[in-house]
Design a binder for this molecule. Structure first.
Ligand SMILES: [Zn+2]
Length: 202
């Protein structure tokens, strides 16, 4: 379900919060109002300042995100999703659409922590549960129509439109003609379901 945490004690890092606030662009009044209301960031000279090295409660972050999303609508949320990977750093093994889509779940876990430890350990590749996932699966249907096809199931508290933007941006990093569509034949978090399914073809 959108904006509903899986576990209460999870925190999100400042750089993730910042990338969304940057994506909000000129909606600075909304950012300031809703983030400071949940004690995320401090307002200095009417400007919301986020500690890039800080960690913030995921439930507070999602509450602010929800309030802002209700004001600005899905189109803007989609555009924010598109901008999020722009300034992100990715490991050297991210070299094509497949690895880019796989990397989303790892980056997602790296940017959240529980009991002071990030949910992905880069040293041994261990992932800790607590925030859901961004899925990756190659669909063999490509053999029928000659197209590459990845199915990505989002089972996480972020809004549907945000993930569509995020996955689209990651696919376009390596394949500018990739088409990313929400699978409308499946359930959708914007209608209260647990997951959304996205199909990437090129
Ligand atoms: Zn959806």
């Amino acid at each position: 379900m959108q904006y509903k945490v899986f576990e209460p004690d999870v925190e999100v890092n400042g750089s993730t919060v910042c990338s969304v606030i940057t994506g909000l662009g000129y909606f600075t009044n909304l950012s300031r109002r809703y983030f400071s209301r949940v004690n995320i960031g401090t307002v200095v000279n009417k400007e919301l300042r986020i500690d890039m090295d800080g960690w913030y409660p995921q439930h507070a972050w999602l509450e602010a995100f929800k309030n802002i999303a209700e004001q600005i609508g899905d189109r803007v949320i989609y555009r924010i999703g598109l901008t999020v990977p722009e300034n992100a750093q990715f490991p050297p093994w991210v070299v094509d659409v497949d690895t880019a889509i796989k990397a989303i779940d790892i980056a997602y876990h790296l940017n959240h922590r529980k009991n002071g430890a990030p949910l992905f350990d880069v040293n041994n590749g261990t992932m800790i549960e607590g925030i859901g996932h961004y899925g990756y699966e190659r669909d063999p249907a490509r053999d029928r129509d000659g197209k590459n096809r990845i199915v990505s199931v989002s089972h996480n508290p972020y809004p549907c439109a945000f993930d569509l933007g995020l996955i689209t941006a990651m696919a376009h990093k390596f394949q500018s003609n990739a088409v990313v569509k929400h699978d409308d034949t499946k359930e959708c978090r914007s209608r209260g379901a647990e997951t959304c399914t996205y199909i990437i073809t090129w």
